[in-house]
Design a protein around this ligand. Structure first.
Ligand code: C2E
Ligand code: MG
Ligand code: MG
Ligand code: MG
Length: 274
């Protein structure tokens, strides 16, 4: 066979592709029962105000403990859930669980919930959020939804319509992983955001990459000129924190402050930090 021919590639990649496809199918299948089998948990990672050091809220991060595979990363199973549509049920479970949990926290603490791009396409999503807020008794002012740039660009008009409705509930919106997508300044200023989250890839490289540092500065300038607070994610060291503070960053989140962990209502000392 000729090198690089289709036949050669198929012969070479088939077993591996087959394994990947099989794993994906199994994940898709097993995801359908994960809620009923209590295989999901939420971990909470603190978000700190840089100036005061105080915790302002927690981001809810989904964990799946698969019965045979063990822990599966959301990076792996969320895309599968988006493909199969299972994300609607999972997203609703996450939202309800996070709101129920946050209800028992001190009142000044917010909870941030990640939204999948696909959830924006759900017609009754705003009604679902509203119902969950009523059901759990959480004030809408204490809920923040994290949406990626990519999710917004996929369908700008729809996203804008959705975000406006969400905002009228009193829920706030953060733009997640900022800097990794391709949103224009125009998109940014016409959308009603309450917070910009600088992607962790820039923060993690801030000391070795002039470019990463330049992007951080640019995002901070952008946020501040739009009057939107900026949070840096992935802060692991004091050096990164100092740099962000010097540049006027408002909030920070990362292993330096705390890894994602149990609900703060269950750990007395995290309440002490507030
Ligand atoms: P994300 O929303 O950008 O969340 C931040 C990720 O960075 C989390 O990974 C968190 O554990 C990790 N992280 C936090 N601090 C640090 C740090 O200092 N250094 C490093 N290297 N990493 C840090 P995780 O929990 O694995 O989640 C990955 C992604 O999966 C999330 O990125 C989010 O896009 C998605 N995800 C997680 N939970 C949910 C969910 O409930 N719904 C949806 N739709 N997506 C979710
Ligand atoms: Mg997030
Ligand atoms: Mg992020
Ligand atoms: Mg991310």
């Amino acid at each position: 066979r000729a090198k690089g021919s289709v036949a050669e590639n198929i012969a070479f990649y088939e077993p591996e592709m087959d394994e990947t496809a099989r794993a994906r199918r199994q994940i898709a299948n097993d995801l359908r029962h994960a809620i009923e089998r209590n295989e999901f948990t939420l971990l909470y990672q603190p978000q700190h105000c840089i100036a005061t050091g105080k915790v302002s809220g927690y981001e809810a991060l989904l964990r799946w403990h698969h019965p045979t595979r063990g822990p599966v990363s959301p990076v792996e199973f969320i895309p599968v859930a988006e493909e199969t549509g299972e994300i609607f049920r999972i997203g609703e479970w996450v939202m309800r669980e996070a709101c129920r949990e946050a209800r028992s926290w001190p009142k000044h603490l917010k909870v941030a919930v990640n939204l999948s791009a696909v959830q924006l396409l759900q017609n009754d999503f705003v009604a679902i959020v509203q119902n969950i807020l009523v059901e759990t008794g959480l004030s809408p002012l204490r809920l923040e939804l994290e949406i990626t740039e990519t999710a917004i660009i996929a369908d700008k008009l729809r996203a804008l319509h959705f975000l406006r409705q969400i905002k009228t509930l009193g829920v706030s919106i953060a733009i997640d992983d900022f800097g990794t997508g391709y949103s224009s300044l125009d998109t940014l200023h016409s959308f009603p955001f309450d917070k910009i989250k600088i992607d962790k890839s820039f923060v993690l490289r801030s000391h070795e990459s002039v470019e990463a540092c330049a992007i951080i500065k640019a995002v901070l300038a952008l946020g501040h000129s739009l009057n939107v607070p900026v949070l840096a994610e992935g802060v692991e060291t004091i050096e990164q924190l100092d740099l962000l503070r010097d540049q006027g960053c408002d909030e920070a989140q990362g292993f330096y402050f705390g890894r994602p962990g149990g609900s703060p209502s269950q750990t007395a000392d995290s309440q002490m930090m507030c």
